[in-house]
Ligand binder design. Sequence first.
Ligand SMILES: [Zn+2]
Length: 310
Amino acid sequence: MTIKIYRGRDCVHHDVSSEHPENPDRLYAIDDQLLSSGLDMICQHGDAIQVKRENLALAHDPYYVDSIFQRSPRTGVIWLEQDTGMTPITLSAALYAAGAGCDAVDWVMAGEDRQAFCAVRPPGHHAEYDNAMGFCLFNNIAVAARYAIKHYELSRVAIIDFDVHHGNGTENIIAGDKQILMCSSFQHPFYPHSGHPVSASNILSAPLKAGATGAEFRESVAYWFDALRNFMPQLILISAGFDAHAEDAMGQLRLREDDYHWVSKQIRTVADEVCHGRIVSMLEGGYNQSALGRSVVAHIKGLHGDEQSH
Ligand SMILES: [Zn+2]
């Protein structure tokens, strides 16, 4: 088993409200399913360190990064916008979440046939260059992509995002960046009301209507894989949101665990062909805790390339 699971020390302590869907129980649900599936025993485990500010600045306006540090509260909760709150521990959790991506890149790039999954929160793909949004402070996946390009002198990195919501923040940061190809599926029209049509030629979208099934998802994203083979990324990153699951009330798509297994296995196949199997996956959404835990297990099994079907 060459899969390593990264966690961040304070990621389970960021808790703006027991009513908030993006809460610590998400990570406990994932850990529970990893244990009961037996995957936890055979995966490697890594404790992330906090991201350096200079690495955040690879994807964010330095003044925005400063403003997040300055707004971090000493007590209580402050709201950066209607969905995105900060408690005294949130900044630390966000720094661990973004740091996990960089650490996972380091580990994956240090050898061949390596995959990593970052079980971290807060998520990142709604955070724009200079704007917090949709539970996200720092864009973990965009930071990881730019970090990989800078520190390993890569010229081609792919980002695949199958969260039910469009990754507006990632698109905002990487649109027009010829070193990054983004493949993105999402419910449309839906929050955050972006993504279709695409804003630049380095972005491939697969908008899905409310009610779309796993079969429709597979059909819509099938064209990604030839595009990825043509782009020949040296590293593949995944914004892994599981809120397109049929049991997740956050969206209206109808994916199942086997769809996450399928897409993960397709990605692994391409990664084996073009980038020595190097994949870094980072948790984004997923708010039905049972479905989230089961889907992460299916995702990791697919990344591992096993033959098991669900
Ligand atoms: Zn989402």
